[in-house]
Design a protein around this ligand. Structure first.
Ligand SMILES: O=C1O[C@H](COP(=O)(O)O)[C@@H](O)[C@H](O)[C@H]1O
Length: 266
């Protein structure tokens, strides 16, 4: 059975017994936010990233979600993307297409992937332009306190080094306060060229889910969530603090194993 709790910023912690339990809870959670967004705004705008969270969304392709989710109202974006061809093994688009988008009736024109045939800088600029157009037409909502887009849900993972999206520790990209989408050409994790939502955009979302599994991420989870004082103020995972939105951490027990007060026998 999952353990539910809160963390220092009032966000929610969901610690799961198994990956199967986590993926069922994640599918339920996404389906609920989709339903609420469609009810409130008529559409659902989700920002995906890469890595394990996409595999863990896989249950959305099966019953009951394949029939109950209003797929025609989904608009897909990438919170980060590697600047590689769409059929490249490193492409976050390919990962989502193979694992989800090709298996559910999402409208192709609602899938907003990056232009991979230009430089990372141009791809980031073009992607921000696309998002600005969709904010104007309110396919993407807008934050009441900044001019940032307010995605209904941004779904991200956490690297063992504490990175989220393509926001890496000690990188100047963490200080980007004006752009919505920016780029890097020196990612410490290959491939080097990437585009990424900036922290103000991630923190303006209505909902942010951080999905982390495996004991190789346990230290990063501890540093991102626990009260570690000034030890790690600029760990990207720790800097995800939605201003008005809701943050939920989806963890399995190995990823949660170094959290203060966590007892593996629970
Ligand atoms: O490089 C990236 O890594 C993170 C984490 O991936 P994981 O496989 O360790 O879960 C991912 O969220 C990000 O989108 C991706 O570009």
């Amino acid at each position: 059975m999952a353990l539910f709790g809160t963390h220092r910023n009032g966000g929610e912690l969901r610690i799961h017994e198994s990956l199967d339990e986590l993926s069922t809870d994640l599918a339920d959670y996404i389906a609920e936010i989709s339903e609420a967004s469609v009810k409130e705004r008529g559409v659902f705008a989700i920002g995906l990233s890469g890595g394990s969270p996409i595999d863990l969304m896989g249950k959305l392709c099966g019953a009951p979600y394949n029939k109950t989710v209003d797929w025609g109202k989904w608009y897909i974006f990438w919170a980060d993307e590697r600047v590689v061809a769409k059929n490249h093994a490193d492409s976050n688009y390919k990962l989502a297409k193979d694992g989800l988008l090709s298996k559910v009736p999402i409208v192709p024109s609602h899938v907003h992937s990056i232009n991979d045939s230009v430089s990372a800088e141009e791809a980031a600029d073009e992607y921000e332009f696309v998002i600005r157009q969709l904010v104007k037409t309110r396919v993407i909502s807008v934050s009441e306190i900044s001019d940032c887009p307010k995605f209904d849900l941004i779904l991200i993972g956490l690297g063992a080094d504490g990175h989220v999206a393509s926001l890496f520790p000690n990188h100047s990209v963490l200080d980007e306060g004006n752009e919505w989408v920016t780029f890097i050409t020196d990612s410490p994790k290959p491939p080097p060229e990437r585009i990424t939502f900036t922290l103000p955009v991630i923190n303006s979302a209505s909902n942010v889910a951080i999905v982390v599994t495996g004991d190789s991420k346990a230290e990063a989870v501890h540093l991102a969530i626990d009260d570690v004082g000034s030890e790690c103020p600029s760990l990207p995972g720790r800097m995800v603090q939605p201003t008005k939105g809701k943050l939920v951490w989806f963890l399995d027990k190995p990823a949660a194993s170094k959290l203060d007060g966590f007892d593996l026998s629970m």
